[in-house]
Design a protein around this ligand. Structure first.
Ligand SMILES: Cc1cc2nc3c(=O)[nH]c(=O)nc-3n(C[C@H](O)[C@H](O)[C@H](O)COP(=O)(O)OP(=O)(O)OC[C@H]3O[C@@H](n4cnc5c(N)ncnc54)[C@H](O)[C@@H]3O)c2cc1C
Length: 346
């Protein structure tokens, strides 16, 4: 019988589990129920007791590595903590969130305990054997992977499961002492420097993905380009709506080609076959043609809408749920006006 360990970590408070960790717990609970397997949950946190209470009802066993050294993400301490939890739990399957904190240590942890690892897992299925699903986006293939090697580490993409929210008795986790002394810590975390909210345009938890296309910087019916106005409209909309900002490849490539650019866009905003595949309940594409290599990045967007001047664009050919054949400058000016009025009323 497979035994399962879910590895989790706390958020910046140092004591509450991250949403992605709670999603991994849901995946672990489902898998354990299907296989009739024992489930252990490992916690890496500054203070583990609150985190333990969040998931106590889910696990047969709770293990924690806690203390000041584990308050911050750092390769040496996180790799040591996860390795020790694995050695204590001796699992066959390890499920962990594909967060930046765990993604950078988990391959090493798998190697240290003689296991194998797969990343960007979106679903874990199978009743007899464990079957992990992931996308190979550039090839547009969805693969189902099985492995004989144990322990098998599965790093789970965020947004694929509901966060675990079960009630449970207050449980005190077994605390794992790091067996050897922690390795020399060459990295000191002295604090965070994050862009201001308005500059932080990629917001994975936003309800809406707003996508800007190259049309924003093209000549408009008056024969002129209106890049500054476009930038102001988009930033105002992001500010008022809290939406995340995506872009087409054509728009983010323009800087390198000497064309007018929107300064707040980078290749990190690019959605599509050679960009990202974000997950949001809704998406609104503006000034974008809806070509296939772009639209493949929309596969996890729940409801798709688009504003394009071209009544023959890809969106109108069945790729969007609703298409407004209209001038996005006019539409977004009106939308911002309405959102501004609503904000001033509340
Ligand atoms: C291997 C490969 C990988 C690729 N990967 C990606 C990828 O990851 N992501 C991606 O985006 N693309 C990708 N592409 C490129 C993709 O094929 C398209 O070239 C690109 O998406 C086009 O961007 P666009 O729609 O913004 O620009 P355009 O094709 O120039 O379309 C601009 C649109 O804006 C409309 N418009 C102009 N003014 C207005 C206005 N005022 N109001 C409303 N609409 C207006 C126009 O009618 C037009 O439809 C890839 C291509 C290849 C070959």
């Amino acid at each position: 019988m497979e035994s399962i360990l879910v590895l989790t970590h706390a958020d910046e408070t140092g004591s509450a589990l991250t949403k992605a960790s709670l999603e991994a717990v849901t995946a672990g609970v489902d898998l354990a129920a299907r296989l009739g397997a024992e489930l252990a949950i490992g916690i890496v946190a500054k203070h583990a007791s609150h985190a333990a209470a969040q998931v106590a009802g889910a696990a047969n066993r709770l293990l924690a590595v806690q203390g000041e050294a584990f308050a911050q993400a750092r390769f040496a301490s996180d790799a040591a903590a996860c390795t020790e939890i694995c050695r204590a739990a001796m699992p066959a399957i390890v499920v962990a969130p594909d967060s930046s904190r765990f993604a950078r240590v988990m391959a090493v942890v798998a190697a240290r305990v003689g296991g194998a690892i797969d990343t960007h897992i979106t679903a874990i299925g199978g009743a007899e054997a464990v079957e992990a699903t992931r996308w190979f986006y550039r090839h547009r293939i969805e693969a189902v992977i099985t492995r004989d090697k144990r322990p098998w580490f599965l790093l789970l993409d965020a947004g694929t499961h509901a966060p675990y929210a079960g009630e449970g008795p207050h449980a005190q986790p077994d605390e794992i002492a790091i067996a050897a002394e922690l390795p020399e810590m060459r990295t000191q975390v002295t604090g965070f420097r994050a862009p201001k909210l308005d500059q932080q345009t990629i917001r994975p938890d936003a309800k809406l993905l707003f996508v800007a296309g190259a049309g924003w910087t093209k000549k408009q019916p008056d024969g002129q380009v209106h890049v500054e106005e476009a930038g102001n409209l988009i930033l105002r909309f992001l500010h008022l709506s809290g939406a995340s900002l995506g872009s087409s490849k054509s728009l983010v490539d323009q800087g390198g080609e000497g064309q007018p650019v929107l300064p707040f866009l980078t290749h990190l905003n690019q959605v599509g076959q050679t960009g990202s595949t974000p997950r949001h309940p809704k998406g609104l594409a503006t000034c974008c043609h809806g070509e296939e290599p772009h639209v493949v990045g929309w596969r996890f967007i729940g409801e798709r809408r688009a504003v394009s001047l071209d009544a023959n664009c890809g969106w109108t050919r069945g790729k969007a749920d609703v298409v407004y054949v209209a001038d996005a400058f006019a539409v977004m000016t009106k939308v911002n006006e309405l959102l501004g009025e609503a904000a001033s009323r509340s």
